[in-house]
Design a protein around this ligand. Structure first.
Ligand code: ZN
Ligand code: ZN
Length: 327
């Protein structure tokens, strides 16, 4: 789908700042019509060839700059249940980047330049969200030790306990990143998101952004979510075992039941900075502004800084010499 302005035929996009559809060309709001985008080969606006991979569900035409959503990749089994609309717009994210890295002494000069930061693009990353119920039956042998002294004799009393725990736990929306390209470790660092901002999926939220459909099915990723639920259940149970000197498990039985699964899109801004033929990707949480990425170090700047430091030291050295020498 392509959202087109009925005033000027410009590409209408979703504005995170206002929460409304917006035409960047004539500043019109809510004056759009939609064009179907049936295939992923050509731009419906300018017929230019579109670069996509197997999973691309929304992209930008390299020739005319229109953002389009591929209907077949957000329909049927690929229809997201939920979407978290971008809360932070590009201008706000530029400010966040400048605040975060403005004081980095060794960053290359153009790292935070307007031109470079403007290449930033927003992307919706596909996630599966799992609801689980767990039931945990734990039996263990615990000890408590009491020690005291009478006269010259040290007494120690060890009491043995049969410890039983039987608990139920519920987990909602355990997220697992369903994109092959987005590294799991990066997504883990970008969390948390506040899931109360999730909304029923609507295509309009995707206009102005890139997106992928899920690369893995809910079944393929279920073991990862299930492991999270099991670890958390174990941790909850362990918290109830305080006060024992030792605890040896005798039997552990945990059942995990998947209650529901939802397919959701979460917002991430990506800034890819190229320096000395190397790419430095930065990811920014599109809801909270949390930044993940490493700043490249400009060798020239680092050398210049060291040189300045050496000169300063030399001057102080001379000054000390001067003081000692009594001028
Ligand atoms: Zn317009
Ligand atoms: Zn185009």
């Amino acid at each position: 789908m392509l959202f087109r302005c009925t005033n000027c035929f410009g590409n209408v996009v979703y504005s995170p700042e206002t929460g409304k559809m917006f035409c960047p060309y004539c500043s019109g709001t809510d004056t759009q019509e939609t064009l179907a985008v049936p295939n992923t080969v050509n731009c419906v606006n300018c017929s230019g060839e579109i670069q996509v991979n197997d999973f691309t569900s929304a992209t930008k035409c390299a020739y005319c700059g229109s953002y389009m959503i591929f209907d077949e990749r957000v329909n049927g089994t690929f229809t997201p249940h939920l979407i978290m609309p971008f809360k932070l717009g590009k201008e706000r994210v530029k400010e966040i980047m400048r605040k975060e890295f403005g004081k980095k002494l060794f960053a290359p000069d153009d790292f935070l330049s307007e031109v470079k930061l403007s290449t930033m693009e927003g992307m919706y990353v596909p996630f599966w969200m799992y609801d689980f119920d767990t039931h945990y039956n734990f039996q263990g042998r615990g000890t408590k030790v009491r020690s005291w002294r009478r006269g010259n004799t040290q007494y120690t009393e060890t009491t043995y306990y049969n410890v039983l725990r039987d608990m139920d736990a519920s987990f909602e929306k355990i997220p697992v990143d369903a994109s092959y390209a987005m590294e799991d470790s990066t997504m883990d660092l970008l969390e948390p998101y506040n899931y109360t901002a999730l909304e029923q999926f609507q295509e309009k939220y995707m206009s102005g952004f890139f997106s992928e459909r899920y690369n893995y099915t809910a079944e393929q990723l279920e073991p990862r979510a299930s492991a999270k639920a099991q670890n958390d259940t174990e941790a909850l149970m362990q918290k109830t075992l305080g006060g024992y000197a030792t605890m040896v498990p005798v039997s552990k039985n945990m059942n995990v039941t998947r209650k529901a699964t939802q397919y959701a899109l979460l917002p991430v801004w990506t800034y890819i900075y190229k320096y000395n033929n190397q790419l430095y990707p930065f990811q920014i949480n599109g809801q909270t502004g949390k930044v993940v990425g490493n700043v490249p170090i400009s060798k020239k700047k680092a050398v210049a800084y060291t040189a300045t430091t050496a000169v300063v030291w030399l001057a102080i050295g001379l000054l000390i010499k001067g003081i000692l020498g009594g001028f």
